[in-house]
Design a protein around this ligand. Structure first.
Ligand code: ATP
Ligand code: MG
Length: 279
């Protein structure tokens, strides 16, 4: 069976252009012109990829993306959202379920193919790992939205075999690390977007929290607590005029089974295994 791409765009010309471009890559395009048609098409046959225009007559692309990503049957279909440049404002609203990629108009065939390749590679990787699901939330940098996203994640945790205690630990770790992303990574600039990715593999839940800030060096934190010396930093914080604290990272590390930052320090990844470790 040929690989298919569902092209969702109500403007006939755009839809045709996208369709002929994917055809040139030897995918067979399925053309639909509304959200309702897209839902019906996916129910009939799962495409290998969805190209989703943001503006549809009956619902917006984010709504549709949210719907596909939250349903188990369609969660792993890669979605590339096609947006116009002036849609950028949509990127910083509350909490939204993110697509696998964004392609801004006007685009070149190369950019289209690059975003398709990336989304397909994402799918392939999950196929290999046996991932049951992945969802990401793009969150405007405010604590209320972080809390809202955390509640949504907790609902998703409820469908895993994590114990209530483990869920509580994960929620707390998310609040600490999301709080750091907002306070230190984004310096409370609410326009920046915080991304939380939640992935369920057969044996574990992985959380990835990414901010758009400059990052930091987590091995050089004299103003934060360490396992070896949980209070030695307090005096320094006073001297530096920093608010009380410095416990978040130490605390979060202790709540999960594995915990690490990327090299730059703007992405933190932590994992909780389904089988509780023996006490
Ligand atoms: N995402 C981030 N980007 C930049 N710097 C960060 C980030 N996360 C943490 N930091 C730095 O690491 C320090 C330690 O973070 P940690 O969460 O342990 O303590 P805190 O946020 O200062 O206080 P607390 O979490 O106890 O309220 C922060 O003070 C900040 O300097
Ligand atoms: Mg903190």
């Amino acid at each position: 069976m040929p690989r298919t791409v569902l092209v969702v765009d109500d403007e006939r010309d755009n839809n045709d252009i996208l369709s002929s471009l994917v055809q040139a890559r030897e995918f067979s395009p399925i053309q639909v012109f509304s959200g309702a048609q897209a839902i019906a098409a996916v129910a009939e046959r799962k495409p290998d990829l969805i190209l989703l225009d943001l503006m549809l007559p009956d619902m917006d692309g984010f709504e549709l993306c949210d719907r596909f990503k939250r349903a188990r049957e369609t969660n792993l279909i890669p979605i590339v959202m096609v947006t116009a440049l002036n849609d950028e404002k949509h990127r910083a609203t509350g909490v939204k379920v993110g697509a696998n990629g964004y392609l801004s108009k006007p685009f070149t065939p190369e950019r289209l193919y690059a975003s398709m390749d990336q989304a397909l590679a994402w799918h392939e990787e999950h196929q290999k790992r046996g991932t049951t699901g992945e969802i990401n939330f793009d969150i405007r940098s405010e604590l209320t939205y972080l809390a809202q996203a955390n509640d949504m994640l907790a609902d998703l945790f409820a469908h895993t075999s994590l114990t209530p205690r483990q869920i509580k630990d994960l929620k707390q770790a998310i609040m600490e690390m999301g709080g750091n992303a907002i306070e230190w990574g984004h310096r409370k600039n609410a326009e920046l977007v915080l991304r939380i990715t939640y992935r369920i593999d057969p044996k574990a839940v992985t959380l990835i929290i990414e901010d758009q800030g400059p990052g930091f060096n987590p091995t050089q934190l004299p103003h934060a607590a360490s396992e070896e010396d949980p209070i030695g930093h307090i005096e320094l914080r006073n001297e530096l005029g920093l608010r009380e604290g410095g416990f978040g990272i130490m605390l979060a590390k202790g709540l999960v089974d594995s915990f690490h930052y990327n090299e730059r320090g703007n992405v933190v990844t932590f994992v909780k295994h389904f089988d509780p470790k023996p006490e």
